[in-house]
Design a binder for this molecule. Structure first.
Ligand code: SF4
Length: 320
């Protein structure tokens, strides 16, 4: 009996970035050093599997600081927080460990600097996303948020006003370039970093998806619906004319998607564990004989230091 062959092409790089690895490690270390419960404001990274596994170890996820009891160890998520949240934590003397990705902190700093130089700051990003809310709340005089070329057209800032832009770290490189172009047309003297605020992990994963999408009939992106960088990966597949689906895990595969498909590209957003990709490959085995190929890609060597609190705590824990 002949079985159908399904070719699977895995992108590289895919899955966890250095900021996500660091954020997860921060919660795990905090749990080891201080013992549960450790309170985490917002999902530490946008992935239910990651959150569930940390919850099982004793992390408690909350949306607002008022849900954190006095004195409880509190972790800020990789997406960062506004100045107001930081101040509230300080006023309540909460022991805080900040898991904000250093690349997000860099954007906070840039935005603040531009504002302190007297420029109106335009933030290219998706309103309501926690990273955007955090960045917005770091810029003293407020920001103008744009996420499309049309939003640029609707800005009411006078053309001669000093202006600068910063961007969310997990946007589409192509769309952002387009928006920057529109901003430069409207404000020829605008200051900004081109697409350099889009983080290395986002750029690398998008480039890898472009390569794989040119070779496959179907694209599966492992990642959460509320993960910005995962959504952008699926969009690239769609823009390249490939049926593309964003799935939390293998349980979301629909058999219809695989009809007439010979080659499947698989990638994972920066907050999706590799284990979910491997589970997906196993699950595809129910539909045919799976042959896996892995594309070469950029080798990422980025690593971020842990916050000092954890190192200090580690030292005193060892001494006691
Ligand atoms: S996607 Fe980029 S900015 Fe976000 S946590 Fe990862 S490295 Fe940091």
């Amino acid at each position: 009996m002949s079985t159908r062959t399904l070719r699977v092409i895995l992108t590289n790089p895919r899955g966890f970035c250095a900021g996500v690895e660091r954020a997860i490690e921060i919660v795990e270390r905090a749990l080891q050093l201080y013992g549960p419960p450790v309170y985490v404001r917002h999902e530490i990274v946008h992935n239910r599997h990651v959150v569930d596994s940390l919850r099982a170890k004793g992390a408690v996820f909350v949306e607002e600081l008022e849900e954190v009891p006095d004195g409880a160890v509190t972790v800020f998520s990789a997406h960062g927080v506004s100045e107001a949240v930081e101040t509230e934590a300080r006023q309540r003397a909460l022991p805080v460990i900040d898991a904000t990705c250093p690349l997000v902190s860099k954007v906070h700093k840039e935005g603040r600097n531009q504002s302190q130089r007297g420029r109106e700051v335009i933030l290219i990003g998706h309103a309501g996303h926690p990273e955007v809310e955090g960045t917005r709340g770091r810029i003293p005089r407020g920001v103008h948020i744009v996420s499309t070329r049309e939003d640029v057209g609707a800005l009411t800032i006078p053309v001669e006003a000093p202006v600068a832009y910063v961007t969310q770290t997990t946007l589409s490189v192509d769309d952002t370039r387009d928006i920057i172009k529109a901003l430069k047309e409207r404000f020829p003297h605008i200051a900004g970093p081109d697409v350099r605020d889009i983080c290395y992990a986002t750029q690398n994963r998008q480039q890898a998806v472009r390569e794989v999408a040119a070779r496959v009939d179907l694209l599966l992106v492992v990642g959460a619906k509320n993960s910005s960088n995962s959504n952008r990966l699926r969009e690239i597949g769609v823009q390249m004319g490939i049926p593309s689906y964003l799935i939390d895990d293998a349980s979301m595969i629909e058999p219809d998607w695989l009809e007439g498909i010979e080659t499947i590209g698989i990638t994972a957003g920066a907050s999706a564990p590799e284990r979910l990709v491997q589970d997906l490959i196993v699950a595809l085995g129910a539909y045919g004989d799976v042959q896996v190929e892995e594309l070469d890609g950029v080798i990422e060597s980025m690593q971020f230091k842990l916050p000092r609190e954890l190192d200090r705590a580690a030292v005193s824990a060892v001494r006691t």
